[in-house]
Structures are given as C-alpha cells and as structure tokens.
Design a protein around this ligand. Structure first.
Ligand code: HXC
Length: 257
C-alpha cells in the first residue's frame, strides 16, 4: 500500500509509503491518501494526525513526474483537482494535521505539507516548489497557500526560481515551526500531537475552523464566527469539565462531548 495508517491512543500517523521514488504521488497514492484522511475524519477518538514520509530521505518529492509527463490538459486538470482535494480534505478534517517533514518536500509534497496545520522538519529537510523547472506552475495550491503562509515576497521568489530551501531557512521564513535532528523528529511530532490530543477536541476543532476563516473573510465576519463557536462550546460537557478541573486543581479528562 502506498499509505500506512497507525493509531496510538488519540493520535494517528499517516505514512506516505513509496520510498523508491521518494514518496512521489501518483493517482493511486493520492486516492488512498484521500480515503485515509476521510476515514480518520469519521473517527472521534482520533484527535490529532501526523503526516510523514517513509524512509529517511523524503516527506514527498512531489507529484509523480513519470505519470504526469504524457497527460493531456483535461487529465492534468483532473490530477490538479485530485491533489487539491487531498489538501482540502486535510483542511476540512476535524483533527489538526502535523506534517513531520523528514527530508524533501517538493512540489506537490510541499503543497500537501502546506495544507497541514503545523509543519515541523528534520535538519536534512529541503522544501520548495520546483514546478517551473519542469515547465509547469504549481497545481495543488502552492501559489495560494505558500503565499498566505510566508507572504507574497518570499512565495514569489521560491516559486519563480524553483529553488529548494533548507530547514534553517524554512524556519526563518515561517515555513516550518521547528527543526530537529532526524532521529528526534517523530518523537517531537508525537509530543506535539499528544499535547493537542490532551485538550478538548471540540474546542480544538472549533479553533481550527475559526483560524481557517481568518485568512478568507473580513475581520467582522471572522469575529462573529469566533463568538458563535465560543458560545456553542458552553453547550459541551468538556467546557464544564475543563473549567471544573481548573477550579478543583486537577487535570481535565476530556471526552469530546
Ligand atoms: C517521480 C521521482 C520523483 C518524482 C524522485 N523520483 N522524485 N519519480 N516523480 N517527483 C525518483 C527518481 O526518478 C529516482 O528513481 C528516485 O526517485 C530517487 O531520486 P533521485 O533523483 O535519484 O535522487 P537524488 O539524486 O537524491 O535527488 C533527489 C531529488 C530529485 C532532488 C528530490 O529526485 C528531484 O528533483 N525530484 C523531483 C522533484 C520535483 O521536481 N518535484 C515536483 C514535481 S511536480 P530511480 O528509478 O531513478 O531510482 C509537482 C506538481 C504538483 O509536484 C502539482 C500537480 C498538479
């Protein structure tokens, strides 16, 4: 299978598993990934998801160039839409996604990581949008999400030149949140995922939904949405549990209800 899914407590790990081609995405790989994301979205026990690549060299080196080369425009459109649907599914998922970037994240690989809520990287990571070096622009959201994440100045430079950014520079650009030795990356990803999973899942989900709107709507509309989900949270058992636990000086035990 081009995708492995493992569950550990409230944390799921999806591993992109085509190491022979540095986890490049072909159609089957994308469809399997999409299915895995949609299945996990229906699992209330899963409160955070880690996405990483098999092997020690790559998160994903992009879309599969061998599959792409002979596509006609209509097939290329379908392929662009399929990759975009994977990214949209990550963003629509109730759980936060953490991309553990364990090497190359290029082209579509970088774009899938950009759809994740948080990116952390290993010291050997290299991220970039090399599409123009292949005669194509980005197609899975790079022009949109990279621009929103790092701003138009850096995004334009990276997309127009196609150059790869090493982990330390990616950290400076805000493209990744933290950099660790490769041997520590998955432990750090699990630590981060577990710290999210310990919190009230519905509150985390509401926060994810509200943050997504921050980039899309006017401030007034975003603030109204935030006030709405804030108010609704007072109808959850976890709101009573979280506040009672604080007042009783104990650790909260959230159930996601
Ligand atoms: C298919 C790929 C691949 C890819 C690597 N491989 N990337 N196959 N598609 N994107 C394969 C190689 O052909 C090779 O197979 C094996 O993986 C190992 O790669 P090497 O090139 O031998 O390794 P190395 O010399 O270390 O170079 C690593 C690399 C390079 C710098 C990551 O592989 C590279 O530049 N890859 C392409 C990166 C890229 O341009 N990505 C963007 C794709 S376009 P063999 O059989 O020879 O061992 C894209 C568009 C998204 O993503 C939007 C679509 C709509």
């Amino acid at each position: 299978m081009p995708i492995d899914v493992a569950l550990d407590g409230h944390v799921a790990t999806i591993t992109l598993n085509r190491p022979d081609v540095l986890n490049a995405f072909n159609t089957e790989h994308l469809e399997t990934l999409h299915n895995a994301i949609m299945t996990l979205a229906e699992e209330p026990e899963v409160r955070a998801v880690i996405l990483t690549g098999a092997g020690e060299r790559a998160f994903a080196a992009g879309a599969d160039i061998a599959e792409m080369r002979d596509k006609r425009p209509s097939q290329a459109l379908e392929f662009a839409r399929l990759g975009q649907s994977v990214c949209l599914a990550i963003e629509a998922a109730p759980q936060p996604y953490i991309a553990a970037v364990n090497g190359y994240a290029l082209g579509g690989g970088c774009e899938v990581s950009l759809a994740c809520d948080i990116r952390i990287a290993s010291e050997n990571a290299a991220l970039g949008q090399p599409e123009v070096t292949l005669g194509i622009p980005p197609g899975w959201g790079g022009t949109q999400r990279l621009t929103r994440l790092v701003g138009p100045g850096i995004a334009r430079e990276l997309i127009y030149t196609g150059r790869r950014v090493k982990a330390d520079e990616a950290l400076r650009f805000g493209l990744v949140n933290a950099v660790y030795p490769l041997s520590d990356l998955m432990d750090k990803a699990r630590e981060l995922a577990n710290s999210i999973a310990a919190n009230a899942p519905l509150a985390v989900r509401a926060s994810k939904d509200a943050i997504a709107r921050a980039l899309d709507v006017e401030l007034d509309t975003g603030l109204s949405y935030e006030a709405g989900v804030f108010a609704l949270s007072f109808d959850t058992a976890d709101q009573k549990e979280g506040m009672s636990a604080f007042l009783e000086r104990r650790k909260a035990d959230f159930t996601g209800s």
